[in-house]
Design a protein around this ligand. Sequence first.
Ligand code: SAH
Length: 211
Amino acid sequence: MVDTQIISRGVEDKRVIDAMLQVQRHLFIEEALREQAYNDYPLPIGEGQTISQPYIVALMTEALELKGNEKVLEIGTGSGYQTALLSLLAEKVCSIERVPVLAARARKVLDDLHCSNVVIKIGDGTYGCSEEAPFDSIIVTAASPDIPEVYIEQMAGCSNMVIPVGGEYEQTLIKVSKMNGDIKKEVMGGCRFVKLIGKHGWSAERNGQLN
Ligand code: SAH
């Protein structure tokens, strides 16, 4: 998987590559789908949600430019696979998941892997996590109609964020960099994520407008 899907497509960060070689993706996937765990596509994880395609995970993780001493906020724990990678690459990870059963499942796997620097919170991650802010990196693994202002506010003075932004069925992956308070946005490419459901994402009002 790492050779044919990640390195061959241009991911270069050695720390990201090493972490992906270390974390066994099949542990985050239900028994019946395990033989597909290293394939080049997303897989269902229950509750209508998916674990992202390995390449997208690598691309987003590389964009965070983690060196090892960061405090990271992840929105959308899902299976916990991305979380396990962040756990190896940063100092502390705060991950928020709105579906309790997914959070519990991820917690169990992360505990088995001794990812002791990960805090998982259950709730609406579109508020971010003001108690733990500011963050050196923010990674949003569900699609938002726009960039919630709270995330920008919770970014440290020099920090970055990756977030899929756009409509319900296709989005653009955006990298937001904050440098001494100045904001720069960079388009990374097209992607498709499940919806970021909550107050500052796909809120009930927004869903209503759509229907
Ligand atoms: N990184 C995960 C991706 C899971 S899919 C993985 O690779 O397994 C996106 C996840 O975001 C889903 O589990 C979904 O329940 C969660 N989610 C959606 N809206 C959310 C919100 N407002 N707050 C927290 N989690 C949210």
